[in-house]
Design a protein. Structure first.
Lengths: 212, 517
């Protein structure tokens, strides 16, 4: 395994609390099977606390606040990653129309919804409503298992690492490499809290698909 | 070399040992160094943290300052759109006042064509319906933000609120939002950097702590290995010294290496070698002294009755009455036997006396080749037949030693005679004896080789002991005298197997050291 891949793995493991999604706090979610798709509905209100004045002010000032949701579907007992989805939502106050907009990225572009109040917009932005998680035919069926659960990692305004911030320099390659190592270690130890304004990392209740 | 025992014989508590103390000192130094480094890192982190926080706060202030301007810009844009819509409504009213308002839509299409940022223009008239022109395909809502303004078209004769209305949809300049969002991204990044600072500081300290801990552990382990090696040598030396102090001179310190401790152990072992040799010399000389004392007494006790016995025997022979030839023959034979034995005893007494009365060695500076010359003159040749050869090889460059010439010559004579007698007793013919002188930096060697029967390996150590002889008529004193003479010269003599097939005796004498000046 190359060093970069190894460090990347460490970073991911650090982000996922040393790779044990079962150990995450549990949040109630609703899973629905519609056609050949399994949808999830889960609310993450702690991603945007109403007491966070700075974050609310940022929305009111017209700046986009980006929410990134990473969804992973695991099969209980096997540690097998079944599916992975991601979702990006942006929320802001529209200074032209003086109302709040929530935009969700879809394969065909951005879907926009407008709200008169900030609370409505925040509720909309922090709730994943019927988000497609996986194709149903990829899952087993039956009340006796297999059972599945979803791991949800939600980041508010995540920090996007810039290529030049890794510390590599042309005039001191050895020192650059050391600095890169150091930076990676610091990133790992600083954890996900340091990579986003706010983060929520949890798992859902388990579910199974009814037999047909 | 006998290795030092593994059991520690030094009764020191663990905290009093050199190893423990040096280890404790190393650990303390390591902890102090790491502690000092940690404090410096803490100061450095705090310093840069303060600087960075200041910069971040100032940057955030700058961004915050821009925010109201953005809203003011948008308000101005909105006001502009409203003013333009109002102007367009008047323009439309004038156009329709001049012609038939219901029959022509030319003014609307002209306006749309004239205004590049118009997405749509629409006249809503309660009497004649809605007329709309747009270019939504050019500015789709999925890519552009629109702003819509509705104005009443002033018309003479119609009460306020019942006339036609003009709805104008403007395309919002996307660069306004793009630039503002870029600013927002910078602001978020600045804020995130500021909120990350505490976590990053903690992480930096943890990384430093882990790295320092590793370095400290490695340093302590390396120090422990080094100290262990060094103190183990010191312990081995110390134990060896303790055992030597108890009189075990055979003990040697098993310390290797070229460091000071290795050199010390080497010197210590060399000193023990010399001490052991000196002790052996002293013991030998004491034994010789005892033997000399005994030889003197024996010689004295035997010598005194010999003369009366001999006189008595002579009288017996002279007073033979010759009564019977058989008796006369018996008496003569008996007297001869007794006289032979008396002669043997007399020779023994002479040997004992000579051994007992060995003179004290008087050392004086003398050239080695001179001793060899005098020895050659005195000894000459080995005797008949002439095939017997005595070869004397001198030094090419003569060297001065401190010696008693007479005694050293006597020692050489004893060695050569011992060689000749042994060879002769074993029927060696011709006999060959080589006396070879050699020298090195601090000693000279006199080697006597012969082609006689040699010395059995088990006798090599005891051959110099008094009265130890393998010859039938030997007294066992010749080689003892040689060793005593050599020891009195502060030298040493060793026996071994020689290159001529017989024995080799090597006398090693120290060279004379001239005092400076």
């Amino acid at each position: 395994m190359k060093r970069r891949a190894f460090l990347g793995s460490i970073l991911v493991l650090g982000t996922l609390k040393v790779g044990r999604p079962e150990a995450l706090p549990v949040r109630k979610a609703v899973f629905e099977e519609v056609g050949n798709s399994v949808f999830i509905t889960v609310s993450l209100p702690s991603l945007f606390r109403r007491s966070d004045k700075e974050a609310l002010a940022s929305i009111d000032s017209g700046f986009d606040t980006t929410l990134v949701f990473q969804l992973r579907l695991w099969e209980i007992g096997t540690r097998a990653l079944v599916a992975e989805e991601s979702l990006i939502v942006k929320i802001r106050r529209d200074p032209w129309k003086r109302q709040y907009t929530v935009r969700t990225r879809t394969p065909s572009g951005w879907a926009k919804r407008e709200f008169a109040t900030r609370d409505q917009a925040l509720n909309e932005a922090t709730t994943l409503v019927r988000v497609r998680l996986v194709a149903a035919d990829r899952l087993g069926r039956g009340a006796n298992g297999p059972f599945y659960f979803a791991e949800v990692l939600a980041l508010r305004n995540p920090l996007v690492a810039e290529p030049s911030s890794s510390g590599g320099t042309n005039d001191g390659r050895a020192q650059g490499r050391d600095l890169e190592w150091f930076g990676t270690l610091v990133d790992v130890l600083a954890g996900e809290q340091a990579r986003a304004e706010e983060s929520v990392h949890l798992r859902t209740n388990a579910f199974y698909l009814l037999p047909r | 070399m006998t290795p030092a025992p593994s059991q520690p014989s030094i009764s020191l508590p663990w905290w009093g040992r050199l190893e423990t103390r040096v280890m404790a000192a190393l650990a303390m130094l390591g902890i102090l160094s790491v502690g000092a480094s940690a404090y410096l890192v803490h100061l450095a982190v705090a310093f840069f943290d303060a600087r960075l926080t200041g910069v971040l706060l100032e940057s955030e202030d700058v961004v915050e300052t821009v925010g109201p301007f953005h809203q003011a810009l948008i308000d101005a844009e909105i006001a502009g759109f409203e003013a333009r819509a109002r102007a367009l409504a008047f323009e439309l009213a004038l156009a329709y006042a001049a012609g038939d308002p219901g029959s022509s839509s030319m003014p609307l299409s002209n306006i749309l064509a004239r205004e590049p940022d118009l997405v749509a223009i629409e006249r809503i008239d309660p009497d004649i319906g809605t007329i709309r022109f747009d270019r939504e395909e050019e500015f789709p809502s999925s890519s552009f933000e629109w702003f819509e303004v509705t104005q009443t078209v002033p018309e003479r004769g119609r009460p306020e609120g019942e006339g036609a209305r003009l709805r104008v949809t403007f395309r919002i300049d996307p660069t306004i939002d793009e630039r503002y969002q870029q600013l927002g991204a910078h602001k978020q990044r600045l804020g995130l950097e500021r909120t990350m600072q505490a976590d990053i500081e903690t992480a930096v300290r943890r990384v430093f702590g882990i790295a320092s801990g590793l370095v400290l552990v490695l340093s302590v382990l390396a120090g422990f290995a080094l100290v262990r090696t060094t103190t183990r040598k010191a312990n081995v030396l110390s134990r060896a010294m303790l055992r030597v102090g108890r009189g075990e001179l055979k003990i040697r310190a098993d310390v290797r290496g070229r460091d000071e401790l290795g050199q010390l152990a080497e010197a210590f072992n060399r000193m023990l070698d010399e001490l052991e040799l000196a002790q052996e010399k002293v013991a030998y000389l004491q034994r010789i002294g005892a033997w000399q004392d005994m030889a003197r007494r024996i010689a004295h006790e035997i010598k005194n009755p010999l003369t009366p016995i001999q006189l008595a025997v002579q009288q017996l022979r002279e007073k033979d009455p010759h009564l019977s030839p058989e008796f006369t023959q018996l008496l003569r034979t008996s007297v001869e036997i007794v006289e032979d034995e008396i002669e043997g005893l007399r020779r023994m007494v002479v040997s004992f006396g000579r051994f007992a009365k060995m003179p004290e060695v008087r050392l004086e500076p003398v050239m080695l080749n001179r001793i060899l010359d005098e020895f050659e003159r005195a000894y000459g040749q080995l005797g008949e037949p002439e095939e017997h050869t005595l070869t004397i090889r001198r030094l090419a460059v003569d060297v001065e030693i401190e010696a008693d010439r007479q005694l050293l010559k006597q020692a050489l004579v004893n060695l050569v005679e011992n060689a000749v007698l042994s060879a002769r007793e074993h029927g060696v013919n011709p006999i060959r004896v080589d006396v070879i002188a050699a020298m090195d930096v601090d000693a000279v060697d006199l080697t006597v080789d012969d082609n006689g029967p040699g010395i059995a390996p088990e006798r090599l150590e005891t051959v110099f002991e008094p009265y130890e002889t393998s010859r039938k008529d030997g007294t066992g004193l010749g080689l003892a005298i040689v060793k005593k003479v050599v020891l009195d010269h502060r030298g040493e003599v060793r026996a071994s197997r020689g290159p001529l097939g017989g024995a080799r005796f090597r006398i090693r004498l120290p060279r004379r050291v001239r005092n400076a000046g």
